[in-house]
Ligand binder design. Structure first.
Ligand SMILES: [Ca+2]
Ligand SMILES: [Ca+2]
Ligand SMILES: [Ca+2]
Length: 207
């Protein structure tokens, strides 16, 4: 679909009259759908040699602005189950990002009874820009699924010159309990990649 990543697979068993199968995001679609401009990604050219094209339609180059971030070619015809498994493996890849609970503090003391907020930063580095995180998708807590952010801002929390993403979470919503030694953050980037990070905590006020 326009504007989003699509997992495209085509198999051919050598039979020119009916041996072509097309899959989009792990599900088989008719070859006529794969060729259809609203699908927007692929064309099959049933001439000699048989070829599979991405980013063209009716063999006219440049119809679509297509980016390819991964290409695999197999010797042999994958089954529908194998293609769906590959799609699921591709789309559930999670990036690990660096987070800092209570930036500037170490250890990261959290009082589970506290009625306030706990600050957590996603750090920007050479491979990850924290500004790409969709704040609405971010969760933080004992397992990384608990609290949604009550505030989010871009700040250079570690003073290294790049902008990090600072969130605040209601401590009571994090599910952090006395004795916990780590907490996790999960979320998604605006282009749909899953992210996760963990940092240590030291619970306080637990007597
Ligand atoms: Ca810290
Ligand atoms: Ca940095
Ligand atoms: Ca920074």
């Amino acid at each position: 679909m326009p504007g989003s990543w699509t997992h495209v697979a085509v198999t051919w068993d050598g039979d020119r009259s009916g041996g072509i199968r097309c899959y989009r995001n792990g599900s088989e679609v008719p070859t006529s759908v794969a060729l259809d401009p609203p699908g927007g990604f692929a064309g099959l050219n049933d001439t000699v040699p048989l070829s599979f094209r991405i980013g063209t339609f009716n063999n006219v180059a440049g119809n679509y602005d297509v980016r390819i971030d991964h290409l695999s070619v197999w010797k042999g015809v994958l089954t529908a189950e194998q293609i769906n498994a590959d799609f699921l493996a591709t789309t559930t890849t999670t990036m690990t990002v660096a987070i800092d609970i209570k930036p500037g503090s170490n250890p990261n003391s959290v009082n589970p009874r506290n009625k306030g907020v706990v600050p957590v930063a996603i750090l920007t580095d050479n491979t990850f820009d924290a500004a790409t995180v969709d704040a609405a998708t971010v969760r933080f807590g004992a397992t990384g699924t608990e609290a949604a952010a009550v505030r989010s801002s871009l700040e250079d929390v570690d003073g290294d010159g790049d902008a990090d993403r600072l969130f605040h979470f209601n401590t009571q919503a994090t599910g952090i309990r006395c004795g916990d030694t780590a907490a996790a953050l999960t979320g998604e980037t605006f282009d749909g990649h899953m992210i996760q990070g963990t940092d240590s905590v030291k619970t306080a006020g637990c007597k």
